[in-house]
Design a protein. Structure first.
Length: 250
């Protein structure tokens, strides 16, 4: 479902992602861990081309995201095609990014109405069902301001799901939350995994990673230094830098 081949990303002279190769099968959950600054966010952002990249190839369900190879050369795909493929990818950030002046319901219905031409009635019905899914059906008419952090993040997940994406990307979705709210967000993500959503998740919640991940990749200075089943990585990491990182976070 997500295929990344020979991906390189530079910020100026800084080689932030170095030859990333990663395939995430349909319905699989991959958790990405690694020290701060190792390139985790940049990798997720490349997957929906929020971040451009200069070399390599990314496809979502077979469709090129951002660039494609033509005659051995990587070229940028047209904006229209890019935006279409982007709709297949939902993303949830650490900082929720809800529209503050729109109600919860409006936050969720906006994109399907404007980007998918869904009529209001259908969009609202979809939004209500998604709010039920994340346990917030009673919050449809309130402004984000009135929600707790955990509730905001669950709305952000519902909003991403409203585009009916094929894959979901999560960048430290619980890092900005008070500890007592982490569980409710992880629970929603667990449920999504169970329902077969394909997901790439950057998180420091190692227990969650052990429970939910099919595979874990460890990024260090822009390089995948380890890629294995969670049991293996957490029980006997093979790379010394993985050991060092885990000793700090476990
Ligand atoms: P992580 O999410 O693992 O903490 P990031 O992907 O945010 O790491 O960053 C990887 C590296 O790229 C870091 O060294 C960071 O400083 C650098 N970086 C990230 N975004 C930018 C940017 N927009 N411009 C320049 N450098 C950046
Ligand atoms: Mg990050």
């Amino acid at each position: 479902m997500i295929h990344i081949a020979c991906l390189h990303k530079y910020f100026g002279d800084h080689h932030v992602l170095q030859d990333i190769n990663l395939t995430i099968g349909q319905g699989k959950v991959v958790v990405i861990i690694g020290p701060s600054g190792s390139g985790k966010s940049t990798l997720l952002r490349c997957i929906n081309y929020l971040e451009t990249y200069s070399e390599g190839e990314i496809t979502i369900d077979g469709k090129p995201m951002g660039r494609k190879m033509i005659g051995g050369k990587s070229v940028q795909i047209p904006e229209k095609e890019l935006n279409k493929t982007r709709q297949e990818v939902g993303m949830v950030f650490q900082s929720f990014n809800l529209f503050p002046h729109k109600t919860v319901l409006q936050n969720i219905t906006m994109a399907p109405m404007s980007l998918k031409n869904m009529n209001r009635q259908d969009a609202e019905a979809l939004a209500v069902s998604l709010l039920q899914k994340v346990g917030l059906e009673d919050k449809a008419r309130v402004l984000p301001y009135h929600l707790s952090g955990g509730q905001k993040q669950r709305v952000a997940i519902a909003r991403a799901l409203a585009m009916q994406p094929k894959v979901m990307l999560f960048d430290e979705p619980t890092s900005a939350l008070d500890p007592e709210m982490v569980g409710e967000v992880l629970q929603v993500m667990k449920q999504l995994a169970k329902e077969g959503m394909t997901m790439a998740i950057v998180t420091h919640e190692m227990r969650f990673a052990k429970d939910v991940a099919d595979e874990v990749i460890v990024l260090d200075k822009g390089v995948i230094i380890e890629h294995d089943k969670p049991d293996k990585i957490f029980a006997c990491p093979s790379h010394p830098r993985t050991k060092e990182f885990l000793s700090k976070v476990l």
